[in-house]
Unconditional design. Sequence first.
Length: 226
Amino acid sequence: MSETTKNAIRGKIIIQGDLTIKTGMHIGGGSDYAPIGAVDSPFIRDSLTQEPIIPGSSLKGKIRTLLARYRSEEHIVNSIDKDDDVIKRLFGSTKPQTISRLQFQDLFISEETKLLFESIDTDTYMGEVKFENTINRVTSVAMPRQIERVPAGTKFAFKLVYTLIDKDEAEEDLQTLRTGLELLQLDYLGGHGTRGYGRISIDNVTIKTFSVDAELSKRCEQVLQG
């Protein structure tokens, strides 16, 4: 494909599904001031509704890193500009200048989850507080902390948009994306994953298309749904 046509838009594929939290998840929101008795490490919230959200940047960065590690032919993962061609065209690159074909959106909690939280008591608004201790192995001094987590069972509306540039590359691109989503479900999202935080599942994946022929649309759906 020539340089003048490689970024022409041939269509859009909208990928939707449910992302469900299986174990408490923490994506930090930061706190400049924490009064006595307050949570030391709150999770990120929507500034308008104060409901938990998953930033699209967190999802994009995690999936890209997992794919880079999985597809690496060496024992170490190289710098981002040395990702392979498929990862670069999916997630974007500056070397060479490549526009990302995937558009990640922030994930908001589902209406089902909102109704669930109306009927239960939680430690914070739509959150739970996990008390943990870090022990200094030399002095044995305990350093307690409180981490706010999105509770297990919380469901988010998952949505990605794939820009169709080259029909011959679409199935390979979406198969790579599917591999990334599968790796994510075998890993974790957010912080403290080695201690069991942030296990998730992605279910009920469907696609909608714009200006994509029926045959290619069907093949892409089969790739994503397995």
